[in-house]
Design a binder for this molecule. Structure first.
Ligand code: ASP
Length: 423
């Protein structure tokens, strides 16, 4: 049983300290000839590696254990349709909130796109990445669902392939004879519990990991970089906040009839990890732990909804992509008709599903949207400087949205224990 723990304020403290330290030390600060940057970079990478290390065994064992308990085909169908409804529903809500604020605040009208300095090297990198992958990226994503070599899929961290294999594997276990089935189930149950213990050990290092990762970001991205894009920054933040602190809590309260405050408390460690790593995939072990052991969603639902959500339910990213595309249009003085805005909504919905749970993945999605509606791709250079900090915020929203979908589905399946008690 998960040990009860007071709210770890140490993590928030670590973030505040990291921001101050990062700004003070900058990229060049050093001690005894060792640069602070390389120090926090190395230690932060160790923390990230530890998190990524357990993703494959934790996710596969979690899904196999959960699915082997479902077994019935009609249950799969019902849970699958609920997932589609909640994923699309939350993403649409996020995009519409973003669209509302970008039309209200008009951040792009405050700047003159042609007079801005664009980080051309970074832009070039993203553009060539897009050129190499465009068109094939969605097909690649689609074909990666069924990998031809499972060892390779596990080794390369192909999440969709891993989820697909584990789903079918778990389902097949439920169909074999009881004697062999039970020993396999026990094995994966044991593996799952072991990986959860592993997660708890990593969580002990959370404040230190958070400190290193956040100070690294603030050493390279000074607050001054906000400059002319401050209004864009504020629009994205207000949109994300409205979705996370009003939209999702209302859904929790009205549809699931649970206390949003309790859910925030339950998800706190995962949200802090998402914020500091900017990677929903690396946060996945902690998200699973929080949803199952703190929000008390059953393994049957959590094992399905959370890993799949981490791969395709990116509400914060969808909102960001929509606001970014509108921002570029405004900056270039291009009037957006209702029809074009509709295309942006649709494209944000689709591209956010293809975005990987890694830092800055949305930048490529924004380029795809700009290309699709005929906006200048250089426009992305307008906000690259603030992308990293906004990435931390949208990743937090992505993770929170996945956890809300798990709670909503669990409650709709009649799970009374969900958020019945405070953590
Ligand atoms: N960093 C985000 C995530 O991991 C993806 C993005 O760039 O929007 O969820």
């Amino acid at each position: 049983m998960h040990k009860k723990r007071k709210q770890p304020w140490d993590v928030l403290f670590a973030i505040a300290l990291a921001i101050i330290f990062g700004q003070w030390a900058g990229e060049t600060g050093s001690i005894f000839g060792i640069s602070f940057y390389s120090l926090v970079d190395t230690l932060g990478s160790l923390f990230l590696n530890a998190l990524t290390l357990i993703v494959v065994p934790l996710v596969s064992s979690s899904i196999i254990v959960g699915i082997s308990k479902i077994g019935e085909e009609k249950d799969f169908g019902r849970l699958g349709s609920k997932m589609v409804i909640f994923y699309v529903g939350t993403n649409l809500l996020a995009i519409l909130i973003g669209l509302f604020f970008v039309n209200l605040i008009h951040p792009g009208h405050a700047i003159q796109a042609n007079t801005l300095n664009v980080d051309s090297e970074k832009l070039h990198q993203i553009q060539s990445h897009l050129q190499n992958n465009q068109g094939s990226s969605f097909i690649q994503l689609f074909t990666s669902i069924i990998p031809s070599n499972i060892v390779q899929a596990f080794a390369s961290g192909n999440m969709l392939g891993l989820i697909f294999f584990s789903l079918i594997f778990g389902y097949c276990i439920s169909k074999i004879d009881e004697k062999s089935g039970t020993s396999l189930k026990n094995f994966f149950q044991g593996l799952f519990q072991t990986m959860i213990q592993f997660t708890h050990i990593i969580m002990k290092f959370l404040p230190y990991g958070v400190f290193c990762l956040v100070s690294k970001v603030f050493m390279t991205t000074g607050i001054h970089s906000l400059g002319s894009v401050a209004l864009f920054f504020i629009t994205v933040l207000v949109g994300l906040a409205a979705f996370m602190f009003v939209g999702l809590p209302l859904m929790l309260k009205i549809i699931a009839k649970v206390s949003p405050k309790r859910h925030f408390k339950a998800m706190y460690p995962a949200l802090m990890t998402a914020f500091s790593t900017s990677s929903s995939s690396a946060t996945l072990p902690i998200t699973i732990d929080c949803v199952e052991k703190r929000a008390m969603v059953s393994n049957r639902i959590c094992s399905l909804v959370v890993p799949l959500g981490t791969s395709i339910n990116m509400s914060g990213s969808a909102l960001y992509e929509c606001v970014a595309a509108m921002f570029v249009a405004q900056a270039y003085g291009i009037e957006m008709s209702i029809m074009t805005q509709f295309i942006i909504i649709f494209m944000s919905l689709i591209t956010s599903m293809g975005v990987a749970g890694i830092p800055s993945a949305s930048l490529v999605a924004v380029l795809i949207i700009l290309n699709a509606i005929g906006l200048p791709p250089e426009g992305i250079g307008l906000f690259i400087a603030v992308d990293r900090i906004l990435d931390m915020c949208r990743t937090t929203v992505n993770v929170f949205s996945d956890s809300c979908c798990a709670v909503l589905i669990a409650k709709s399946e009649g799970e009374k224990q969900v958020l019945a008690q405070d953590v």
